[in-house]
Ligand binder design. Structure first.
Ligand SMILES: *[C@@H]1O[C@H](CO)[C@@H](O)[C@H](O)[C@H]1NC(C)=O
Ligand SMILES: *[C@@H]1O[C@H](CO)[C@@H](O)[C@H](O)[C@H]1NC(C)=O
Ligand SMILES: *[C@@H]1O[C@H](CO)[C@@H](O)[C@H](O)[C@H]1NC(C)=O
Length: 409
């Protein structure tokens, strides 16, 4: 394991630096730990040197180098009928997304919930070190602390564009002075221990506290139902996710899966039906995950635990059958007293690094792209590209083609 590389250096080698080691940084660790998060894929090597967009013509010397500008490679899934086909960064297929203006009636009853915190003591805040650490995407430059905030902003931008009726709720440490004044965005401080090594554990606790608050609210105001989607903040919402709650009427909790033996579930996307029953049963499962995490996985890794615990809870149920994970098709199962909907990552949690290989390209109906690991720059580049092209399908080509590139951002 190379110490102090990329985002890990960001996290561990300069632990006091004013950074926002939010969950997206955390997920980088999933990938780099001895137990890897990314399913093994064909690690077919290819030349990523061909085209580069957005500055810098210096051809990389090694494929392992982390890039500070957008680098495009071949698009996975070429020739496959149900996969996005691209010519350069132009999409040959126009994907059929719902028009945000006519989104499902459910849309106005959806809230995205994410955990985000700011760590405040910054020896890095001097003007000089600030300038030396600037990175540039499009016409904007970001210092280290600004990068995480930029990711959060892009997360919000896409949600507001694709699901304009939905809300974003940011659960945060009361100590962190996160100020975000924006329509349909709520910052909700929740007491807890948000130190880096406890962050994943705290995230589950914050989810539970949040669901308790909702239960309370719901008992006061019977009328209004809001469904919740708990996510990492390094995801981009591509299509109306309110449809999940219409299309699958009877689940309490939805998780995303992929065909990976050790870690088929990703904890970065958890949908909860906002009825009293839905919240209650989902909360029970998440409480169980917390218990298993605390009991079994505290030592496994300070970052990986929640995902392992989630899978442990699912696989410990007598009804569990791993076969369901082998096909990228949604299915439901009764787990721990709740109806759990399993949604394929290929559509609901597509990730650039493994998605290009494991999922054989990008499905035409992809709904969520997750910029795990060293793809943070690509998330900002995608927004930047979209801002000028305003074509979602073309932007997806850019993501697909750049998906195997590791960025140092
Ligand atoms: C780059 O890609 C173009 C078209 O995709 C191809 O014609 C060209 O030969 C490639 N160049 C290199 C150096 O691989
Ligand atoms: C996507 O575009 C390619 C190239 O134009 C075409 O061959 C393919 O049939 C299209 N796929 C769908 C599902 O429309
Ligand atoms: C930077 O780009 C954005 C979007 O492309 C644009 O709205 C903005 O005006 C630009 N800012 C400057 C200083 O050029």
């Amino acid at each position: 394991m190379k110490a102090c590389a990329g985002w890990r250096r960001f996290l561990f080698c300069f632990p006091l630096v004013f950074i926002l080691p939010h969950l997206f940084s955390v997920l980088e660790l999933h990938q780099n730990q001895a137990v890897t998060d990314a399913p093994k894929e064909n690690t077919q090597k290819f030349d990523v040197q061909n085209s580069s967009v957005g500055g810098g013509n210096d051809a990389p010397k090694k494929a392992t180098k982390k890039f500070d500008h957008l680098v495009l490679g071949p698009a996975a899934g070429e020739g496959l009928p149900n996969r996005l086909q691209c010519q350069g960064v132009k999409a040959l297929n126009k994907t059929h997304f719902s028009n945000p203006a006519h989104a499902s009636g459910v849309g106005d009853g959806i809230a995205f919930v994410t955990v985000f915190t700011i760590y405040n003591n910054s020896p890095d805040s001097t003007v000089n070190s600030r300038l030396s650490n600037l990175v540039t995407v499009g016409n904007a430059s970001y210092s280290k602390p600004e990068r995480s905030m930029a990711i959060m902003n892009v997360f919000i931008n896409f949600i507001q564009m694709r699901m304009p009726q939905s809300n974003v709720i940011i659960l945060t440490d009361p100590e962190s002075d996160l100020s975000l004044r924006q329509n349909r965005v709520t910052v909700l401080p929740i007491q807890g221990e948000y130190s880096r090594d406890k962050l994943m554990l705290q995230r589950i606790r914050s989810y539970i506290t949040f669901l308790e608050i909702r239960l309370e609210k719901l008992s006061q105001d019977q009328g209004h139902i809001t469904h919740f989607i708990f996510t990492d903040s390094d995801i981009v919402v591509i299509d109306d996710l309110g449809q999940i709650f219409e299309q699958y009427q009877d689940f309490h909790l939805a998780l995303t899966f992929r065909n990976n033996r050790d870690q088929p579930l990703n904890s970065g996307f958890i949908a909860v039906r906002g009825t009293h029953d839905g919240i209650l049963r989902a909360k029970k499962i998440i409480e169980k995950v917390l218990e298993v995490y605390s009991f079994r996985y505290m030592k496994a890794s300070r970052m990986l635990g929640d995902q392992l615990a989630l899978f442990w809870v699912v696989k410990s149920d007598p009804s569990f059958d791993a076969k369901g994970f082998s096909k990228a098709q949604a299915f439901t199962k009764e787990i721990g007293g709740a109806t759990v909907l399993f949604l394929p990552c290929a559509t609901y949690n597509w990730t650039p690094p493994e998605g290009a290989g494991q999922f054989h390209g990008m499905p035409l109906d992809v709904k969520v792209v997750h910029f795990k690991g060293s793809r943070k720059r690509l998330m900002l580049e995608a927004w930047n590209y979209f801002s000028s092209s305003t074509d979602i399908s073309d932007m997806l080509c850019l993501i697909l083609k750049s998906g195997r590139t590791k960025y140092d951002f």
